[in-house]
Design a protein around this ligand. Sequence first.
Ligand code: IFM
Length: 464
Amino acid sequence: MTATRPQADGRLVFPTNFMWGAATAAYQIEGSTTVDGRGPSIWDTFAHTPGRVDGGDTGDVAAEHYRNFRDDVALMAELGLPAYRFSVSWPRVQPGGRGPANAAGLDHYSRLVDELLAHSVTPVLTLYHWDLPQELEDAGGWGVRDTAARFAEYAELVGARLGDRVPIWTTLNEPWCSAFLGYASGEHAPGRTDPALSLRAAHHLLLAHGYATHALRAVLPAAAQVSVTLNLCAVMPAVTSPAATNAVRRIDGLGNRLFLDPLFRGHYPADVQRDTRGLTDWSFVVSGDMDVISSPIDMLGVNYYTPTLVDAGTPSGAPSPWPACADVRFVSQPGPATAMGWAIDAQGLRNVVHRVHEEYAPIPLMITENGAAFDDELGSDGGVRDHERISYLRDHLAVVHEAIESGVDLRGYFVWSLLDNFEWAYGYSKRFGIVHVDYPTQRRVWKDSAYWYRQVINTNGIDV
Ligand code: IFM
């Protein structure tokens, strides 16, 4: 796989089989949360709890993709999108998180996959993008081992039904978020603030990934690829000092190595276990778990948005998504930032990709999410002039190109996101889409970035 050097006209051309795509997730776009037998998920409960989501927004309607998926697939085809990464809603398939499949739920995804294939769009499927069936949370959620076994059962149901048509499978999206935003800081569903529980949750999520990998292998055709997607941190010290270096080690430990080490080396990082001994004795890890978690996979998905700058600080006592790191201070990087307040720095992507490639991954990588929220406005001419987003995407794609050139086996890139959508605790206040969604009418309007991305796909390259 080779990428070509900048040409005289300043273009960076990607390898011929490079996979261009766009990503979404079920709860963020589907709406229709009570139809066709879907059960409630932790995000329904959380979003309907006053004070949890900005503006009291919920995913009840979202971008109405469940009802209008055929129009959205037609839009993808117009964009010339070769691949689409979406997630399956577990409570549509198993309304209570266990037992036989709800046929109507699986039928929906089967129709979606057929529609994609009919438009020559390759389906890339994620099994878990945070919408745990509420009944499983009531039984202990990711804090209990049984949830991992339930996840494998669900994976098998979806794999058996769609495996003949979906070539790329991702077990979990960003388990760091599920474990630590969900169970430590409480910013995400289920809104728990128990650091010890969050470490158990991280282990059970990894175990779920391992069990599901086995379950999928048993039902998928041999050529299907199984992966997991991590949101890896490009952690850097804010100052040069031993204390800042130590802060980097700890955040790198919890944000990166806590997931990469078990997946690719079959053990947890000793320093993270040591640092968190005051919270847990790690007895939730039982014999055989690490073999399951480190079962070979075919590809690693990497999501990257912004770098993480840290220093030593003073504990505030507020719930944090970083267990045993109350004395780590997160520092805002000066310079341009997105509407999320996230610093724009494509070098972070370079660090992450090279680090993973060099230290862990003899397997191929895929950028499964990258993108930016800006305060887009629908202009009086009916367009959305989102040039900051174009520049963000171009800079990050230049890094992807450079990584490929330097030998990283990086197979594809998925922009986050195809559509504006429900941005979790921020509700609809943040817009990540390359396509604008006018929520009152559900009208889709291509932003300038969508036209730009179509050109990128068309020419298999970017201008620099
Ligand atoms: O919207 C989310 C997505 O669901 C997971 N990754 C990060 C995105 C932007 O915050």
